[in-house]
Design a binder for this molecule. Sequence first.
Ligand SMILES: Cc1cc2nc3c(=O)[nH]c(=O)nc-3n(C[C@H](O)[C@H](O)[C@H](O)COP(=O)(O)O)c2cc1C
Ligand code: SF4
Ligand code: SF4
Length: 229
Amino acid sequence: MTEVYYFSGAGHSLAVAEYIARELCCEAYNIEDGVNTYGRCETAVVVFPVYCQNIPRIVKDFLKKLEADYIAFAVTYGGISYGNVLSEAQELASAIVTSAAIIPMGHTFLDGDFIFDKKPVSLFIERLKKKEAVRIPEKKKNIFADFLPGWRSRVSVKIKVSAECTGCNICGDSCPMNAIKCGATSKDCIRCMKCVTSCPAGALSYEKGFLLNLYLNKKRKKKNIELII
Ligand SMILES: Cc1cc2nc3c(=O)[nH]c(=O)nc-3n(C[C@H](O)[C@H](O)[C@H](O)COP(=O)(O)O)c2cc1C
Ligand code: SF4
Ligand code: SF4
């Protein structure tokens, strides 16, 4: 039995998870619902984004608890850098890794799109069906990648609430980190932007700091999907 599990802040990883689940004729489950909801599966396909060159905390916790024989990773990122996330994910999961894909997509903070190249993702899917181990290469990380990634996100991106706020707290209900109440965020916020897209009144917005804008707007080569198959 194969299941797809995903975490997605702004919807990029969700688009990939839904595609993979359709191709595999299985369900796509939200990691936020908790690992205990699902029980054991034979093959788990885990789809998640890169945040600050790292695996989001909620995904790390999920991987530690997941019970599966085989695992495949489909990782989305903004085409800048994905650190050493595959190797780190392999260490956290106690399952045999059978396929992996690093998928460049729109960047959350660049109003990016949700389009990805489906052809290589099909190869990723074919490979995981073989249930044979692949070798995940160790990648070098930027020296600042592990320096307080959550804090770096919070200082570079401010979330603002406007007078349109109705106090419904749908933002609070949607937050995977339990880090916002009626538009006011706490230090547990990972800046995934789920609250911003969930607010029915459009009362939440975000503002990028000067340095982040410089970093994001730097000219870079367009990246292709990378496969470990
Ligand atoms: C807090 C945060 C940090 C991010 N850090 C990186 C990064 O280090 N490198 C990168 O290429 N993209 C980065 N991105 C972009 C996301 O990885 C990319 O847009 C991803 O597809 C978002 O998926 P999601 O919408 O499913 O959350 C970051 C996005 C967010 C919100
Ligand atoms: S979801 Fe929007 S309107 Fe509702 S409490 Fe949060 S910020 Fe206010
Ligand atoms: S408060 Fe932070 S962690 Fe919670 S949904 Fe909003 S951006 Fe994501």
